[in-house]
Design a protein around this ligand. Structure first.
Ligand SMILES: Cc1cc2nc3c(=O)[nH]c(=O)nc-3n(C[C@H](O)[C@H](O)[C@H](O)COP(=O)(O)OP(=O)(O)OC[C@H]3O[C@@H](n4cnc5c(N)ncnc54)[C@H](O)[C@@H]3O)c2cc1C
Length: 627
């Protein structure tokens, strides 16, 4: 044991720990029967919690030096999983949860057998986008020995985490879950990593997994054109000095992200504004709000994240809110990982794994609890489900606790739609910031922007000199502005037409052979159990398996059959139409999850285990290989 570690240190470690994860990791490592006697930690009363904490502290004091990392059998794993939630783990969930636990190396990744067919000479994959998805694809291809180049238009890797530099940008999902399942040693300094730290993490991955030498920055893909005779894609890139770079590759994987095109508000007079106006993607270290009169339009994740730090520095901030959001607290948000918890992560075998598990597993019932309206409950006059309304009550109490002696704000802050049907927003001191003397919440509609400020429907003119349009993205503009042309010169934009984009399993489009999207239409997971970076690995493994079949069977092309694409989308739309995203009509109009035709466009409607079953291996009947 290292010198710092005494009884008091261990006690502090237990106090700061995720007790559910600590209990199950210790039980796995020691087999101590007393630990199995407790029910799920979330249900324990104070006395039992204290008893469990004492037992954990005792085991850490006496046993930590003898504990070894080992891979549990499936039977053992089931017992441990059941211990966490106190109910048996369904078979459908077991496999995906086991992978997310990462007791074996490279879970979710596809490995080729030793006697696999050789990869054709000069075969090359182009990955477009060096954000988390593109990097995940790169690591997967690297492990298979498939030659690839990873392009990005920017001058650094990191995607979202390079693009956004606004104040207090950070993940609002735990750092421990915002990481790839194949890397368990990254020492996050904060529970919710800052944007710059996430970028450093991605730099670390790129170096550790040999991706760096494949990266080509400052390459903006303008056009990709498929040559059916040669089964290759002809790519045209533009560099910042105007140089055009042309390249022929066998396969294109677009990892261009969901947030390709920023959305600016369509408000009369916006071009007349005389002060500084920016979208959060344009925020740089040069921007300074000290002493300024600032307006923030938008209260989504970004507008909420940046308000408190801006309000601390600005002379005055006006927050323009069109639709109230449910803005929730998150334990440990904004906190550094304590040295004692770092010690647990480094020294207690299984603690890292079970922390990942417990932090995401509570969400596994999202569908049942919040998304699938309960007809019985609604018959009695309820809305969506009982749990949904319980959450609503909890959130209202939270808002009240934050606004304190400003009850006048409450009515304007409580949404009229159910929680969880729009993207959950995490509170970074937003409600408290609204109670500051230098902050106003403006809910009267914006009529026009003038040279010096914003005019609202109640006739007021709000004088400002710094305008932040935290108004999100045109999420239906997938891959924008790159142009893709598939078989017979068919343009992807024409294929999608005026409707919102669709894909097969979010990745493939008929008539576009050897082309895949990661984080494509309807890809965003909604039911927890697996975090987005792990989904990127699942998508990447799907692509890798398609390539493997091509190599094995000597084919140069793979494409999804039109009938499979249509059938999948019909099912997807039907399942989506039954969920609260769409059934809660009050949320639909201003919900970026829902496209203009009233169908889901960003999220998958499927529950985690169901989607994983569809994606873990390609169904050959749905695909066409040739020639
Ligand atoms: C502010 C913000 C906060 C977020 N917080 C979270 C969070 O806490 N947890 C979570 O799970 N998700 C979060 N997300 C979602 C986030 O986008 C994903 O987690 C993740 O970054 C997506 O990775 P990606 O690689 O698919 O796309 P991105 O990270 O967007 O990367 C795409 C890359 O593709 C490049 N590119 C695009 N088109 C071209 C082209 N034609 N040529 C060359 N390069 C191109 C871009 O320059 C970019 O670098 C957040 C998103 C935003 C905007």
């Amino acid at each position: 044991m290292d010198d710092r570690v005494d009884k008091a240190f261990i006690r502090r470690a237990v106090e700061a720990s995720d007790l559910a994860a600590l209990r199950v990791a210790l039980y796995q490592a020691t087999g101590d029967p007393e630990l199995a006697e407790f029910g799920p930690v979330a249900t324990l009363d104070e006395a039992d919690r204290a008893r469990l904490a004492d037992r954990a502290a005792h085991l850490l004091e006496t046993r930590i030096d003898d504990l070894e990392r080992r891979v549990p059998s499936d039977e053992e794993l089931r017992e441990l999983m059941d211990l966490v939630l106190g109910v048996p783990t369904r078979d459908a969930h077991f496999e995906v949860r086991k992978k997310f636990l990462c007791f074996t190396p490279y879970p979710f990744q596809f490995e080729r057998p030793e006697d696999a067919a050789p990869i054709p000479e000069d075969f090359e994959v182009a990955i477009i986008g060096a954000g988390p998805a593109g990097i995940s694809m790169a690591v997967q291809l690297g492990r298979l020995g498939v030659p690839y180049v990873l392009y990005d238009r920017r001058d650094e890797i990191g995607g979202t985490w390079s693009i956004h530099k606004y104040p207090d940008i950070r993940v609002d999902t735990l750092s421990l879950t915002y990481e790839f399942s194949f890397e368990d040693e990254y020492p996050w300094s904060e529970y919710f990593a800052r944007g710059e730290d996430v970028r450093s993490y991605l730099e670390f991955i790129v170096d550790k997994y040999g991706v760096r030498e494949h990266v080509r920055l400052d390459h903006d893909l303008e056009e990709a054109r498929f040559d059916d005779d040669r089964s290759t894609w002809h790519l045209t890139f533009r560099r910042s000095d105007g140089e055009r770079v042309e390249r022929d590759v066998n396969v294109v994987v677009s990892a261009a992200g969901l947030f390709a095109k920023r959305k600016l508000p369509d408000i009369p007079g916006i071009d007349e504004f005389g002060g500084t106006m920016l979208h959060p993607t344009q925020w740089t270290s040069e921007h300074d709000v000290r002493g300024k009169r600032v307006a923030v339009i938008g209260n989504g994740s970004t507008g909420v994240q940046l308000l408190a730090p801006v309000a601390e520095e600005a002379e005055h901030v006006s927050v323009f809110q069109r639709t109230p959001q449910w803005i929730a607290p998150r334990p440990n948000y904004g906190k550094k990982v304590e040295p004692e918890v770092r010690w647990l992560l480094d020294n207690l075998p299984g603690y890292w794994n079970w922390c990942r598990y417990t932090s995401i597993i509570g969400l596994m019932t999202w569908h049942e609890d919040f998304l699938i309206p309960d007809p019985e409950w609604e018959k009695q006059g309820g809305h969506i489900t009982q749990k949904s309304e319980e959450l609503r009550d909890f959130m209202i109490d939270y808002i009240k606790s934050q606004i304190g002696d400003r009850p006048d704000l409450l009515e304007r802050l409580v949404p009229d739609y159910a929680p969880m049907v729009r993207r959950p927003v995490v509170d970074n001191g937003w409600y408290k910031a609204l109670t500051r003397d230098n902050v106003d919440l403006v809910t009267s509609g914006i009529e026009r922007i003038t040279k010096k400020g914003i005019e609202t429907a109640d006739g007021k003119h709000h004088e400002i000199d710094f305008l932040v349009c935290a108004t999100g993205f045109e999420v239906d503009q997938f891959l924008w502005p790159a142009r893709y042309y598939g078989q017979k010169g068919l343009s992807l934009r024409d294929f999608w037409g005026t409707e919102s984009p669709r894909a097969h399993l979010s990745m493939m489009v008929p008539h576009f052979p050897n082309f895949f999207m990661l984080y494509g239409p309807n890809s965003q997971p909604v039911s927890g159990g697996v975090s987005l970076p792990s989904w990127f690995q699942i998508y990447a493994a799907y692509v890798a398996q398609c390539l493997h079949t091509m190599f094995e069977d000597g084919h140069a092309q793979v494409v999804v059959k039109e009938a499979a694409f249509e059938a999948f989308n019909a099912d997807q739309d039907a399942v989506g139409a039954e969920l609260a995203f769409i059934k809660d009509v009050k949320s639909v109009e201003r919900n970026y999850y829902v496209g203009k035709e009233g169908r889901l466009i960003v999220n998958t409607p499927y529950e985690t285990a169901e989607l994983y079953a569809m994606m873990k291996a390609p169904d050959r009947d749905e695909l066409e290989f040739g020639p």
